[in-house]
Design a protein around this ligand. Structure first.
Ligand code: PLP
Length: 430
């Protein structure tokens, strides 16, 4: 495959942008080779600067549930643009999107729009701290909540991929208030709670983590967290930046029937525009300025174009509930197809799947937390990634990421993905 233009652009980008990219994982360092530079995307495909087409398995890290450049989102954005790009003042659309989110996400009684998942999680823990009058938070090892200082401690996603779980620049003072626990381990939480009695404001987690590769909550785990938080007066926050409106309309909390106190949402509710949101019980959200004392603000928050894109997406999902059955079918077909081919070839690698999210781990051991995810052979993953890319399938460039499938994947395209998978598996094990 000729990627000369991407190579040229990457060389040039490195003179002007740190590492040549605006977000670390994009540099392909974990898988080797040069990143491809994207010119456009449509439906199930993304196109590079040499006009090579790739089948999309990341979908902008989640938001493109309906595939790229969907006409309903495009039309809505174009129409909104006719009236201006930013007002820094309230608009009717903000009420509409808030009402829609509240009607669908079980834990959310009031919601504040922000501009990214990072802002959503940073703000949510500030509010939880203000509300409880406590300082400490619990996060899970290998979970990623954006790049706020409190979360860059044993973080997943790019931080894990780049081998920098603890970033320089995060002060010891901040780090001491972030307590760490392994995912899927209730006893570890009980222990932290015992050791820090009455000091913990919030427990934040990805209910279905996608940032150490995809892991699945064990039966009773989310319920157990809910019970501990109720008992100890800890604000339970589900970070549903990846899972909200993807795994079910109401996200993982709807799928697993466990309602947190607060929820963070992100890219999906912006239909691909820069958006985030945090919401929760009225009593907690009324602590947010100007109703309450906890400050949080944003010039571009509730931006009219972003709200138009998000509303178009969320209204479509609301009026087409069959989308979730489609997503589940697609997720199953791809992940079960991969598992079947692996077994035929004699490899019993772990495949975790929930709805339209899945990860293939290059280990035959179950992956349930960060430690088990780390057992995967990242060298082999890098070869697999390159082999799939050569065959026109665009995967996340790290073993420690989930893939996100869209409704644009037809049966024919799924067959192509599986064929590419079979050939790649044979090639990398030669
Ligand atoms: N929370 C989760 C679970 C995420 O997956 C991400 C990003 O992937 C974030 C927060 C941060 O979102 P953003 O990249 O929009 O700041």
């Amino acid at each position: 495959m000729n990627i000369s233009e991407s190579k040229r652009l990457f060389a040039k980008a490195q003179d002007f942008i740190p590492g040549g990219v605006n977000s670390p994982v994009r540099a392909f360092r974990a898988v080797g080779g040069d990143p491809i530079f994207i010119k456009k995307a449509s439906g199930a495909f993304i196109y590079d600067e040499n006009d090579n087409a790739y089948i999309e398995m990341i979908n902008s890290w989640g938001p493109m549930i309906l595939g790229h450049n969907h006409p309903i989102i495009r039309e809505s954005v174009i129409q909104a643009m006719e009236s201006g790009t930013s007002f820094g003042a309230p608009t009717a659309r903000e009420i509409e999107i808030a009402e829609l989110i509240i009607s669908v996400v079980p834990s959310v009684e009031k919601v504040r729009m922000v501009n990214s998942g990072t802002e959503a999680t940073m703000s949510a823990i500030r509010v939880a701290r203000g509300y409880t009058g406590k300082d400490k938070i619990i996060k899970m090892i290998g979970h990623y909540h954006g790049h706020g200082d409190s979360f860059l401690i044993a973080a997943g996603s790019g931080a894990m991929t780049m081998g920098q779980p603890d970033s320089p620049g995060v002060t010891a003072g901040t780090a001491k208030d972030t307590l760490l626990a392994p995912y899927n381990d209730l006893e570890a939480i009980e222990e932290l709670v015992r050791l820090n009695k009455g000091e913990i404001a919030a427990l934040i987690l990805e209910p279905v983590p996608g940032n150490m590769g995809l892991a699945i909550p064990m039966p009773g785990y989310l319920e157990g967290l809910r019970e501990i938080c109720n008992r100890e007066g800890i604000v339970l926050i589900f970070d549903e930046v990846m899972t909200g409106f993807r795994l079910a309309p109401g996200g993982a909390q709807e799928l697993y029937g466990v309602t947190p106190d607060m929820t963070t949402l992100g890219k999906i509710i912006g239909g691909g525009m820069p958006v985030g949101a945090y919401g929760g019980r009225k009593e907690i959200m009324d602590f947010v300025s100007p109703s309450g004392p906890v400050y949080q603000a944003g010039t571009l928050s509730g931006n009219p174009i972003a709200m138009a894109a998000g509303l178009a997406m969320l209204k479509y999902l609301q009026s087409h509930p069959e989308t979730y059955g489609q997503l589940l079918n697609i997720g199953r077909k791809v992940s079960e197809g991969i598992k079947k081919i692996n077994l035929e070839l004699g490899y019993d690698y772990t495949v975790n799947q929930v709805g339209s999210m899945y990860s293939l781990f290059f280990t035959d051991q179950p992956v349930t937390d960060f430690e088990s995810a780390k057992q995967a052979d990242t060298g082999l993953f890098g070869k697999y990634f390159q082999a799939m890319l050569q065959r026109g399938v665009y995967l996340a460039p790290s073993q420690f990421e989930s893939l996100f499938l869209s409704t644009a994947l037809t049966d024919e395209l799924i067959d192509k993905i599986l064929e590419a998978h079979r050939e790649s598996m044979i090639e990398i094990h030669k």
